[in-house]
Write a protein that binds this ligand. Structure first.
Ligand SMILES: N[C@@H](CCC(=O)N[C@@H](CS)C(=O)NCC(=O)O)C(=O)O
Length: 212
């Protein structure tokens, strides 16, 4: 049995953040598919057994069950010594970007993709609002990356792994990522890390839901 079990699904960029870290660190891990599209995360059993917040990802390791991708990433840097900050100032900077990611970046990217790709709402005032919000956040990230290869400290950290979580879903995002040259260069730099793999290649996904 693998050392780490990740409760996840391929469609989840939040789960991908943890899966990518596990893979880049060459840890012994296995994905455990959660049937989100049939409501598994909303069941009382899932909430009492895995995560009272009713979300993936959940990482099981050494008798612990961890949720919130940022906390999982932080835990994995602690255990492996990889992709972490080198001092307290850097750690605060890493957390500043993970919080920005969770609030302004991932939250809008994931919701927009959910509406268009999975709920099939078509364009609505809500999708337009979310896309405008994403474009604003992308401008901020693109500007931040204008003179640096990675988000913090000139090398890849968990801030990068958190922030790229949704960006590799391509056309499913319905966002003009190509307009952001620094973001595109940075995504390629993350993609070039040894062991990188696409979310749909790391985690099982529901039949017929994704663009693959
Ligand atoms: N801030 C959380 C977000 C997790 C999240 O939103 N997970 C979604 C899938 S991407 C989920 O499980 N949603 C279940 C639901 O809303 O029922 C994290 O970073 O882990």
């Amino acid at each position: 049995m693998a050392d780490y079990r990740l409760y996840c699904m391929g469609e989840s960029g939040n789960a991908y953040k943890a899966a990518l870290m596990l893979e880049l660190c060459r840890l012994s891990w296995e994905p455990v598919w959660v049937d989100f599209f049939h409501g598994e995360t909303r069941t009382a059993e899932y909430r009492s057994t895995f995560n009272e917040m009713g979300e993936v990802p959940v990482l099981e390791h050494d008798g612990k069950k961890l949720s919130q991708s940022g906390v999982i990433l932080d835990y994995l840097t602690e255990v492996t010594g990889q992709f972490g900050a080198k001092d307290a100032d850097e750690r605060r900077e890493v957390w500043r970007w993970i919080l920005f990611d969770n609030h302004k970046f991932t939250a809008s990217l994931a919701t927009l993709r959910y509406l268009i790709q999975f709920a099939k709402t078509g364009e609505t005032p809500v999708t337009e609002f979310l896309r405008a919000r994403i474009i604003n956040a992308l401008k901020i990230v693109d500007h931040h990356l204008q003179d640096k290869p990675f988000i913090v400290g000139g090398r890849p950290t968990i801030a990068d792994l958190s922030m790229v979580g949704y960006l590799h879903y391509g056309d499913e995002l319905t966002v003009p990522l190509g307009d952001f040259a620094n973001v595109s260069r940075w995504m390629d730099a993350v993609k070039a890390l040894p062991g990188w793999a696409h979310p749909y290649d790391l985690m099982p996904s529901a039949p017929g839901k994704s663009s693959r």
